[in-house]
Write a protein that binds this ligand. Structure first.
Ligand SMILES: Cc1cc2nc3c(=O)[nH]c(=O)nc-3n(C[C@H](O)[C@H](O)[C@H](O)COP(=O)(O)OP(=O)(O)OC[C@H]3O[C@@H](n4cnc5c(N)ncnc54)[C@H](O)[C@@H]3O)c2cc1C
Ligand SMILES: *[C@@H]1O[C@H](CO)[C@@H](O)[C@H](O)[C@H]1NC(C)=O
Ligand SMILES: *[C@@H]1O[C@H](CO)[C@@H](O)[C@H](O)[C@H]1NC(C)=O
Ligand SMILES: *[C@@H]1O[C@H](CO)[C@@H](O)[C@H](O)[C@H]1NC(C)=O
Ligand SMILES: *[C@@H]1O[C@H](CO)[C@@H](O)[C@H](O)[C@H]1NC(C)=O
Ligand SMILES: *[C@@H]1O[C@H](CO)[C@@H](O)[C@H](O)[C@H]1NC(C)=O
Length: 494
C-alpha cells in the first residue's frame, strides 16, 4: 500500500505532494479492494483487468475472503470419498459468462449422469405420491424411448398441453430478454442501478409481482402451478410460488434441458479467474469495517490490519453481515432464505413413502407446499454398488430422528446450513450498486432480481464497467486541469 493513501489532509495538498514527488509524475493506478471471493468478486477482478486497456487505471486488486477457500456459495462436499456440489450446482446452456470462464480456464464441462427425461420424478405431498413418472431400469434404448414417451403423455394429461407450452414460452421470453446483458458495449449502457438494468432489458415488471400471479396471467392451470412449478421453486430457491416472478422464472429455466456444471467443482471458476487476474488474495481475513476517508477507504480486518483502497467492492450479500460502514449506509432490509443441504450415503426407507421396495422410490422426490412436509426435495446424486448418495434440501435442519425415519441405513451424513439466496418478496426493492455515491460498490444488490452464479457474473461485469467509467483520475495528473477535474468530486465529501 502506498503511504500517500493514508494521509487525510485535504485533496489539494495531497495533489501538490503528488506533483512534487518525482516518482509519482505518472498518473497513479487505482487500488481496488474486493470483499468476497465467490463468482461475483472473482468476476469483478476479471473484468476490471479485461476492460482496463490503460494499465495505469487499475493498480493492485486485493480480494478478502473470510473462509480458507475461494468460491463462496460454490463449494463441494466430500462424502464417502466422493465429491459433489454442495451449493450452486447447475448451470444453464445460456449462462454465457460461466461458459466462457470454463473455456478460458480450460475447465471441463460436466453433463448430468442422466439424460434429463430418464430421471424418474415423484411429487410427494407428505402422505402419497400425487404424481410420478414411470421408472425404466431397462438399458434397451427402445424401452427407454417408450418409457420417455409414456412419461410425456402422463405429464401432458395431468397438466395440459397448453399450460405446459405456456410455461415454456414464459421462460423463453424471460431468457431472451436476459440475453441482452451479453450485448456489446455500443448497444448496452453501463447501469447505475438494478432497477435501470432490469427495466432496460424489460425484466423489471417480473420482479414486481409473484411468480404465481405471473403464471396465472400467462394462462397456466392451477394444478401445474401448485404441483410441478412448486416442486421446481422449492428445489431451486426453497420457496413457494409466492416468490417474485423473475427469480421464479430463473428457477423454471433451471429445470430445463442441457444443464451442466464444471467437472471437479464450479468453485474452480472463481479460483481460476482470481489466479489469472493478478489479484492479491487474502484468505481467512474478514473485513469488519469500511470507512470513507475522503480519497480512499480504510478497510479493517479481523486480523487487526488496515488497508487503504480507492475503490471498494462488496461482493457478498450484506444481509447477515455486520460490517461497520462509516459513514453508515442504508439499504432496504432483505431476508435470506436458509437452505439446509443434507448429504447422506445410505439407503432410503421405502416404508417411509408407503412403498415396499426401494426401487419404487423415484430418483427425484419433489414436494408441494404443505405444513407437515419436513423437506423440500430428496434426490439421488450417485448410485453405488450397494447403496446411494442422496442430497436433501429442507427449510429447517434435518434432525437425526427424522433421518432415521426416512433412511433405513446411513453410513455418513453431512449437514450444511446455507444463507442461500434472498427470500423473494414482490415487489422487490433494491440496494444501489453504488452504496455511497463515491467508490463503494455492491455486486449483490442484483440478487433481489435472481440469485445464481450467472446473475452474479452479469452483475459483476456491469460493476466493473461502472467502476472504470467513474474512476476519478481519468484526467492526466500532469495536466493543468488537475484541480478542476478532481477537486469538486472530492471536496464535496470533505
Ligand atoms: C444450496 C444452494 C444451491 C444453489 N443452486 C444453484 C444452482 O444450481 N445454480 C446457480 O446458478 N446458482 C445456485 N445457487 C446460487 C449461487 O450459488 C449463488 O447465487 C452464487 O454462487 C453467489 O455468488 P457470489 O459471488 O455473489 O456470493 P458468494 O458466493 O456468497 O460469495 C461471497 C463471499 O464473501 C465472503 N465474505 C462474506 N463476508 C465477508 C467479509 N466480511 N470479509 C471477507 N469475506 C467475506 C464469503 O465467505 C463468500 O465466500 C445455489 C445456492 C445455494 C446455497
Ligand atoms: C464469450 O466468448 C466469445 C468468444 O471469445 C465472445 O464472442 C463472447 O462475446 C463472450 N461472451 C461473453 C458473455 O463474454
Ligand atoms: C411494465 O408495467 C408498466 C406499468 O404497468 C407498463 O407501463 C409497462 O409497459 C410494462 N413493461 C413491460 C416491458 O411489460
Ligand atoms: C401465498 O400468498 C397467499 C396470499 O398472500 C397466501 O394465502 C398463501 O398461503 C401463500 N402461499 C404460500 C405457500 O406461502
Ligand atoms: C494459475 O494459472 C497458471 C496459468 O496462468 C497455471 O499454470 C497455474 O496452475 C494456476 N494455479 C492455480 C492454483 O490454479
Ligand atoms: C481501523 O484501524 C485503524 C488503525 O488501527 C484505526 O485507527 C481505526 O480507528 C479503525 N477503524 C475502525 C472503524 O475501527
Amino acid at each position: 500500500m502506498n503511504n500517500h493513501h493514508r494521509q487525510t489532509a485535504p485533496f489539494v495538498f495531497f495533489s501538490i505532494l503528488f506533483l512534487l514527488h518525482p516518482s509519482h509524475a505518472q498518473p497513479h493506478p487505482h487500488t481496488v479492494c474486493i470483499i468476497g471471493s465467490g463468482i461475483g468478486g472473482a468476476s469483478v477482478a476479471h473484468f476490471l483487468r479485461l476492460y482496463s486497456d490503460d494499465p495505469q487505471s487499475i493498480g493492485q486488486i486485493t480480494i478478502f475472503e473470510r473462509n480458507g477457500v475461494v468460491g463462496g456459495r460454490m463449494a463441494t462436499v466430500t462424502i464417502a470419498g466422493e465429491t459433489f456440489e454442495a451449493g450452486g450446482s447447475i448451470l444453464h446452456p445460456k449462462n454465457y459468462h460461466a461458459s466462457n470462464y470454463t473455456d478460458y480456464l480450460n475447465l471441463q464441462v460436466k453433463k448430468p449422469n442422466h439424460a434429463d427425461d430418464s430421471l424418474s420424478l415423484g411429487i410427494w405431498d407428505g402422505h402419497k405420491f400425487i404424481y410420478r413418472t414411470l421408472n425404466s431400469n431397462s438399458k434397451l434404448p427402445i424401452i427407454q424411448r417408450f418409457v420417455s414417451i409414456a412419461n410425456s403423455i402422463k405429464l401432458l394429461v395431468r397438466y395440459g398441453v397448453f399450460s405446459l407450452l405456456r410455461m415454456d414460452s414464459f421462460v423463453e421470453v424471460m431468457l431472451n430478454k436476459f440475453l441482452r446483458y451479453y450485448e456489446g458495449f455500443e448497444a448496452r449502457p453501463v447501469f447505475e442501478s438494478v432497477e435501470g438494468m432490469l427495466k432496460w432489458a424489460g425484466l423489471y415488471n417480473l420482479t414486481t409481482r409473484t411468480l404465481g400471479d405471473e403464471l396465472v396471467e400467462a394462462g397456466l392451470s392451477s394444478l401445474l402451478i401448485q404441483e410441478l412449478v412448486t416442486v421446481i421453486t422449492r428445489i431451486n430457491y426453497g420457496q413457494s410460488v409466492n416468490m417474485s416472478g423473475l427469480a421464479g422464472a430463473v428457477s423454471l429455466a433451471g429445470s430445463g434441458g442441457g444443464l451442466w456444471s464444471v467437472e471437479g467443482g464450479n468453485w474452480q471458476m472463481a479460483a481460476g479467474l482470481i489466479n489469472r487476474s493478478d489479484v492479491d488474495l487474502h484468505l481467512q481475513e474478514e473485513i469488519e469495517s469500511i470507512s470513507y476517508m475522503g480519497d480512499f477507504y480504510e478497510l479493517n480486518s479481523t486480523k487487526g490490519k488496515s488497508y487503504s483502497c480507492q475503490v471498494t467492492v462488496v461482493a457478498t450479500p450484506l444481509d447477515e453481515l455486520d460490517i461497520l460502514f462509516n459513514p453508515r449506509i442504508s439499504i432496504p432490509p432483505r431476508k435470506l432464505q436458509h437452505t439446509h443441504a443434507t448429504f447422506v450415503r445410505g439407503l432410503l426407507n421405502p416404508g417411509y413413502f408407503g412403498l415396499k421396495v426401494l426401487s419404487d422410490i423415484p430418483e427425484l422426490v419433489g414436494t408441494i407446499e404443505s405444513d407437515d412436509l419436513p423437506f423440500s426435495s430428496i434426490s439421488i446424486l450417485k448410485q453405488h454398488e450397494k447403496d446411494m448418495t442422496y442430497k436433501i434440501f429442507s427449510r429447517e435442519p434435518m434432525t437425526d430422528a427424522l433421518l432415521d425415519d426416512i433412511f433405513s441405513s446411513r453410513v455418513e451424513t453431512i449437514k450444511i446450513n446455507w444463507g442461500a439466496y434472498p427470500h423473494y418478496e414482490a415487489p422487490e426493492r433494491y440496494a444501489p450498486f453504488i452504496l455511497d455515491n463515491n467508490h463503494l460498490y455492491y455486486v449483490n444488490a442484483f440478487e433481489n432480481a435472481a440469485s445464481s452464479m450467472e446473475t452474479s457474473a452479469v452483475s459483476a461485469e456491469n460493476i466493473a464497467r461502472l467502476i472504470l467509467s467513474r474512476l476519478p483520475d481519468k484526467v492526466d495528473k500532469n495536466s493543468p486541469n488537475l484541480k478542476s477535474g478532481d477537486s469538486s468530486d472530492m471536496h464535496s465529501e470533505l
